[in-house]
Design a protein around this ligand. Structure first.
Ligand code: PSU
Ligand code: MN
Length: 304
């Protein structure tokens, strides 16, 4: 594992650090907007007082905190694997490049000692999971590792009710920023209830600390709805999601290829609208995540 100097120093000094994944760069968005977005997200985190640590695997080495050139490579290079927990040891042993999903990034964050992680939308239970059994590993890592993930809910292509059920079984607190219901990625709200609605980053940081102090394993999921002005309506996207899912079934797209296929198809079907929204919501999450990381670092500092 290679931790960049700035991140290592910040962790040693108890400064706020925010983990970022790379699957969203290599498999979630097209080049060059993936790279632009990753750099804007890093900037948003810095502007709000924290230090970004984008994760990925280069030649079998886990990188905690990529530099701009490495981010560019992850955005451009073809054939970078999508690395979930099961793929991580294989990627490392074979000296390959790998883009970390939410689940692998949670594991890498834990290894490095980073407790806050920002992404777009987490993976979850796919529609039709009662027959395909397609449930993202993301939900189980959230259930077992002490990392708080800030996201705009679960991706709209998923079954939100089932996703929330698995999170409950996994014992993951689901907390929403200001909005009373669980976020729905491109759409602002799913209408599904959450466990706690908070109004300030400090309130969220207090829950992270309480969970840590109680010695309860696992992470916390923070749902941050896409800002009103960038969110898309259910009337607009729901029909297109149905169409994209139907196409994926017809083409026999399965397993790890499912999410990248559906996200890409949605960008095509909406003429780029979902890509614009995806970018805005990730940046919005970065702002909130950095603020929570700062409040949490401050709470930990006072404790000492
Ligand atoms: N959120 C996005 N774009 C993405 C992803 C999340 O806005 O590309 C990625 C994350 O890395 C997440 C993964 O962990 O999709 C989920 O894949 P699966 O459904 O195969 O578990
Ligand atoms: Mn899956």
């Amino acid at each position: 594992m290679k931790i960049n100097h700035e991140v290592e120093l910040a962790l040693k000094e108890g400064k706020p650090v925010v983990a970022l994944e790379s699957t969203i760069i290599s498999h979630g968005m097209p080049y060059p907007r993936n790279v632009e977005t990753a750099l804007m997200v890093e900037k948003a985190i810095r502007d709000n007082g924290a230090i970004p640590a984008t994760m990925g695997i280069i030649d079998g080495e886990i990188i905690i905190g990529m530099n701009a050139d490495e981010i560019e490579e992850f955005g451009k290079k073809k054939g970078i694997g999508k690395i979930s927990k099961r793929d991580l040891p294989i990627c490392v042993a074979s000296g390959a490049w790998g883009a970390t999903t939410v689940s692998a990034t949670i594991l890498c964050a834990k290894m490095a000692g980073i407790e806050v992680f920002v992404t777009g939308g987490i993976g979850g239970v796919h529609r039709g999971a009662e027959t395909t059994w397609d449930v993202s590993r993301d939900l189980y890592e959230l259930g077992s590792e002490p990392v708080t993930v800030i996201c705009a809910g679960a991706k709209a292509i998923l079954d939100i009710d089932k996703t929330l059920e698995v999170l409950e079984t996994q014992g993951v607190p689901v907390m929403s920023y200001k909005e009373p219901s669980f976020a729905n990625f491109y759409c602002r709200s799913s209408g599904k209830p959450v466990d706690y609605v908070f109004d300030t980053p400090l309130q969220a940081a207090k829950v992270i600390k309480a969970k840590r102090d109680l010695g309860i394993s696992g992470g916390i999921l923070i749902s941050n709805p896409c800002p009103e002005e960038f969110a898309l309506s259910h009337e607009y996207v729901d029909k297109l999601i149905d169409q994209a899912i139907k196409e994926s079934e017809e083409q026999g797209i399965r397993g790890k290829d499912s999410t990248p296929f559906l996200l890409k198809r949605m960008v095509e079907l909406t003429g780029g609208d979902t890509l614009d929204t995806n970018i805005k919501l990730v940046i919005n999450n970065a702002v909130l995540g950095a603020k929570i990381a700062c409040e949490y670092a401050e709470l930990r500092r006072k404790e000492k």
